[in-house]
Design a protein around this ligand. Sequence first.
Ligand code: C2E
Ligand code: MG
Ligand code: MG
Length: 767
Amino acid sequence: MDNCLAAAPQRPAWLTARGERTLRWLRRSLIVALLAYTATTVPGVRGEAGYNAVLDGWLQNAVLIAATLLMFLRVCLVRRDRLQWVLLGIGVGLYTAGDTIYFAWVQFQTPLPYPSIADVLWLAVYPFLYAGLVIACRHRIDMPRRTVWLDSVVAALGMSAVAAMAISVILHHTNGSTRQILTTISYPIGDLLLLVLVVGAYGLLEWRPDRMLSYLGIGIALFAAADTIFLLRLSTGTYVVGTPLDATWVWACVVIACAALRPPARKASMGFHGWTILIVPTMFALSSLGLLVYGSIRRLPLLTVGLATVALVCAILRAGATFREVQQLARTRDIQARTDALTGLGNRRLFHEALLRRIDALSAGDRFAVMFLDLDHFKEVNDSLGHSFGDRLLVDIGQRLTQHVRGTDVLVRLGGDEFAVLLDHSSRTSAEQIAHRLRADIQRSFVFDGITIHTDVSVGIAMCPDVATTADGLMQRADLAMYEAKVDRRGCVVYSAVDHDDLTSRMRLIQELRTALTDGQLVMHYQPKIDLQSGRLEGVEALVRWDHPDLGLLFPDSFIPEAERYGLMRALTTSVLTLALDQAREWQTAGTPTTMAINISASNLLDVELPEQIDTMLRIRGLEANLLTVEVTESTLMIDPLRATTVLNALRKTGVRVSVDDYGTGYSSLARLRDLPVDELKLDRSFIAHIDDDKRFAAIVTSTVELAHALGLTLVAEGIETVEALQRVSDFGCDIGQGYHISRPMPAEELTEWLRRSAVPDSQPAA
Ligand code: C2E
Ligand code: MG
Ligand code: MG
């Protein structure tokens, strides 16, 4: 009650500002008048008990009129729930009218007429309150479950049984004419009907009525209490005007009026709320049982016995329904726990269980296949078109896949863009055939809202019992095969036991490399390059090493190819660039600026963001772009020459130099190289290694030098391991030399020391 009477701190959304001001003013006046009137009914306050025209006439009716006004004001100000408040307002209004007439006229009649005009008005209150309450409940209650209905019925019947007994006791003591008895008994019966409705509604709301319905319930309960006490007083001839009993009716009207200040109704959401929802119906079921036990000892009115019996029968029905509901719930939960919410297919748990069952039932000569499917480029669909598109795509893919599985097969979505199929009684060949059919179906376009989406799927197959006979083993192998299919773009791979060790160690390596990249386990070694004419240091080549926690220093050949295959090159190159450029800056700051060559791979060459990334990294460190050379192997260049040209052009535009590494090992002709944006050729070390003992290699080197110079390119000879080789490449006109004879690659600190020692090296530096 306090909540609705206290001034609201914020205007409710359903009221206008003016409406709120008016209601607040009226509410305050109502409180003041109600408290004043109530105070005068406290025994001893008004001196002598009995009728007082000012208090019981004017003041009491003023409060009631204000309550009625408050309700109609709401009707005028707020459109929502208007009918309900019109009916309830008329109810309170009729009560007020009855009260006014009683004090103004009826009470002075001798003898008191039964029913008087005031009685007629008061009794007319019930149909309006009832109708208003019904509408209020309808606004709040959605179609509830059967058990909830039964709870309300048990509660309503149980309460009626108790009330029927109470009324019969009162009647037993009442003297007077039949008209008088009928009139006075009509009130508690009317109250009882209202209370049954309220209790039933509370039951349907699972005993969590909102404030508005609570106020209405309290108001009606106050009416019922006042009417019952009045009936008792009347029957014993002890009723006196001006006591707290009179105030109780007024409070009942005010509380009902206060309900009008609550916000409009919202439908309640029904759900399970534990055992607490059973408290009230259980109470009434027990009271009915108590009445029946009492009835077996003492005589009880037939109506009481009847109502209590029906209440108990309903309670028993409710127990039965609860049992079934719990069973059903357990079944539903079971299904939900094994269903993928998005596609409606089974989930990983269901698949695992199905696998276990199938493995258990495996007989001699029996085979089946486990197939893992992973969509290609699903992330791009999600990122570019949004998650709702991604979800629709997954649902449609689930439907397409469903068409390819038989009744005994199990198709599930494992999560994300991964699906799995258990192909029952399947040979390797038929599993592959089904995989190809599935892929062909997924490759057909999907159209959503006019947008066409193309996708593909990589499939891994593991045969049971050929490669594993445990659920986890089969799933792991199908997963590995799927990964292989994806990485190598082979579409479908059947797992072979021969590959197992290789595959698992490769997976472990990739996993460890991911950690290495974030944990800073990569280190750089630098190998000097010298100008063959002057013997001066021309620059260094940065070569990556992995300082593996268990295996020690690993060379690039053991992890670069895997990083390339499993999509880690971008991250790896970023780490390399960071380490190398930080070092270049350090040397620059120390007054020994050195050109730095770094190696990039095929996937870097297709990364159109690389030039900008490098440019930013250089600028952040205040390094000149021509300090950096990017080395690309000849074979890499030829994978996608067009795209490579775009990226290299962009790189050169920033001032970075481009070098073709391991030149001579690929199939590119110098003529083709002319069209590529390169500054330097690094002749592969296989040519230099045999330069002394094989004249043909010497001829290749000399002709390459000539052609390179003709094209305006610098020629680097790499792999110089001997003093003779150094002399030869120098004689043949190579511009720059690199190799173990000059220096092995080494950490930066060692190189700094090396630089210091051989500040101006002669043409034959120490190895
Ligand atoms: P590369 O770019 O041709 O680098 C030269 C390789 O030859 C280095 O091997 C170097 O140690 C080795 N080498 C240098 N002088 C001699 C010599 O006189 N004799 C012999 N036999 N070898 C010599 P490393 O460091 O093992 O690198 C191997 C390859 O790994 C590199 O060949 C390069 O293609 C790749 N690589 C190295 N670091 C990176 C990197 O950071 N990113 C990328 N994408 N690839 C890298
Ligand atoms: Mg290189
Ligand atoms: Mg090389």
